[in-house]
Design a protein around this ligand. Structure first.
Ligand SMILES: O=C(O)CCC(=O)C(=O)O
Length: 261
């Protein structure tokens, strides 16, 4: 899969580009089957909504336990475009599933993912991206990803209060005056798309998401890729938050997720 010049330009200008139907229903089905099994396991990589809760908020490193996710990480349909956008070979800094739970899936405050990676992991520059792959239909009601288009042009924002109690990981929450200024300048868009959609997102794009008020799960998996020349300098967090495997991803065949395995 090759991005067109117009898609690359859209990513540069708006900070994200949406690729409809990047993955087929069969491929999404394979991922969802493994995800159900993974989420039912007691794993240290699965963070609950809050202490005492049994509702998963974020599940990291599904590729350690699932062949489908292992193949997704090595899928050529996203590796080629990600290499193009980052102008380098890439490795996975972090693989994170957000299975926003029916009725109970809570919100995420406005932040940049690079805010955390810079602060916690010593990632030198924002030559990293998030690929959001929609495993469910994402609607206005089930807690869609909200983005401030163009906000990545403001660079890494310093007006943050790192929330280190956000269930075992850190979210670099941005303050209200800054969000107000950014929204006045750029507006807000809700990224509502069907399952199978993928969105390449600049790691400095300011984003948030509201709670899921519906009876169905809203799952997005984020493949957070870093340029190999931009490896982290402060490898102190757990490996599932900040990988130490900096070897370039080698793509598998295009049918790796759709055939028998
Ligand atoms: O998937 C979502 O609802 C947003 C999650 C998010 O912003 C994050 O995990 O950084």
């Amino acid at each position: 899969m090759k991005l067109t010049p117009a898609q690359v330009e859209e990513y540069r200008v708006r900070g994200y580009v949406v690729i409809p139907n990047l993955f087929t229903p069969v491929e999404i089905g394979a991922l969802n089957r493994d995800l159900d099994a993974y989420l039912s396991q007691p794993r240290k990589e699965i963070h609950m909504q809050r202490r005492g809760s049994e509702t998963p908020r974020l599940a990291y490193a599904a590729d350690r336990y699932s062949e489908a996710f292992r193949r997704l990480v090595r899928h050529p349909r996203w590796i080629e475009p990600a290499r193009k956008l980052l102008e380098d070979d890439i490795y996975i800094h972090q693989l994170r599933v957000n299975p926003k739970a029916p009725f109970d899936g809570e919100s995420f405050w406005w932040h940049q993912d690079y805010g955390t990676w810079r602060l916690e992991d010593g990632m030198p520059t924002p030559r990293a991206l998030m690929l959001g792959v929609y495993l469910d239909d994402v609607t206005a009601a089930n807690g869609p990803l909200l983005v401030i288009p163009g906000s990545h042009h403001h660079g890494a924002i310093d007006e943050i209060s790192p929330d280190r109690n956000a269930g075992g990981y850190t979210v670099a929450d941005i303050d209200r005056p800054t969000i107000t200024r950014l929204v006045e300048e750029h507006g807000i868009e809700a990224l509502t798309f069907p399952a199978g959609t993928a969105v390449f997102i600049n790691c400095n794009l300011v984003h948030a998401s509201p709670e899921n008020l519906t009876p169905a799960r809203r799952t997005i998996v984020y493949l957070n890729a870093n340029a190999v020349s931009n490896r982290i300098t402060k490898p102190v967090r757990a490996e599932h938050h900040a990988s130490r495997d900096f070897s370039p991803l080698v793509p598998l065949a295009d049918d790796c997720l759709s055939g028998a395995f």
